[in-house]
Design a protein around this ligand. Structure first.
Ligand code: BG6
Length: 292
């Protein structure tokens, strides 16, 4: 197992040849390769220099999802909060080496003391986040722990905004959502229930599937399972594809036809606030399995 840290990015390689790259800015995973294949989509115009959240990979959304609501403790924060545009600390690695299952776990931390003055002012709570990224052959697991280190409770949302790389959106389907109720952000937050066992994306899609009964959402390419996305303690999953017009409108989205090769399956707890009281902590995460 090889792990290198160049002060802006941590890169790990395990004996199978699988690799992962984590930018300290946002603790954003910007690459995960298994079996010689890149599993994440990152825009050609993504900023990786800390000037803007990364368009692609796995940005971490905390403590608010989407535009913050009015009259709430998060109201002064930017869309999707501050975790994705703060610099995290690399806390170190632990490895497990065995004949059958080499793996490496890397921990990243973000604490209230490490926030920009602006973010501290906008959300003045005492917290600690630890984000663990574990690479095993064909699998990537990420777990986020949220600790309340202050004297008062706080409410938050968390979302792992994963941009999966796919071959072609027109031959991709998503299973595991049947019967789940969702908020359709493209249709003025209309509430519906998913009636497709194999959901096909045929236009701009931005849906919050709530309290899923099933832990696994599967992305299927040409009839063959490509990714299993397994939630742990997260209740919701957002499905997002900007399609043509939205992609045109995003300055950092390149190529403009890139929406054909990406699909966001974003696990999180976003439909309702999660609350941690003084001294409490909470954790949740995902395991993504690359099935090729
Ligand atoms: C998704 C939201 O999670 O993120 C969308 O559901 C949003 O509404 C998208 O457009 C991208 O957000 P941003 O801030 O990275 O452009």
């Amino acid at each position: 197992v090889n792990v290198s840290d160049d002060n802006s990015k941590v890169t790990a390689t395990i004996p199978s040849g699988d690799t992962v790259e984590v930018l300290l800015y946002g603790a954003t995973i910007i690459s995960w390769k298994s079996n010689g294949t890149e599993n994440f989509w990152v825009s050609d115009a993504a900023k990786l220099d800390g000037s803007k959240p990364v368009r692609g990979g796995v940005p971490v959304v905390f403590p608010v999802f989407g535009p913050p609501p009015k009259n709430h403790a998060t109201s002064s924060l930017p869309q999707h909060g501050f975790a994705r545009n703060s610099r995290w600390e690399y806390l170190g690695k632990s490895t497990s080496e065995s004949a059958s299952d080499d793996s490496v776990k890397m921990d990243f931390g973000l604490y209230s003391a490490g926030l920009s003055e602006e973010a501290k002012k906008a959300w003045p709570y005492d917290f600690g986040l630890v984000y663990s990224v574990t690479l095993t052959k064909g699998e990537l697991s990420t777990i986020l722990t949220v600790r309340n280190e202050g004297k008062e409770g706080f409410d938050f949302n968390v979302l792992l905004h994963t941009y999966l790389r796919i071959k072609d959106i027109s031959t991709t389907t998503i299973s595991g959502l049947l019967g789940t109720s969702y908020v359709d952000k493209v249709l003025d937050a209309r509430e519906s229930t998913e009636s497709n066992s194999d959901l096909r994306i045929t236009g701009e899609t931005d849906r919050v599937y709530k309290s899923l009964a099933q832990d696994t959402t599967t992305v299927v390419e040409n009839g063959s399972p490509r990714f299993d996305v397994v939630r742990k303690n997260f209740r919701d999953t957002v499905i997002w594809n900007p399609w043509t017009e939205k992609a045109k409108g995003m300055g950092d989205f390149e190529p403009k036809t890139g929406w054909r090769e990406m699909l966001c399956v974003e696990v999180g707890s976003v439909a309702e606030w999660v609350r941690v009281e003084e001294g409490e902590s909470w954790e949740a995460g995902q395991t993504i399995k690359s099935l090729v």
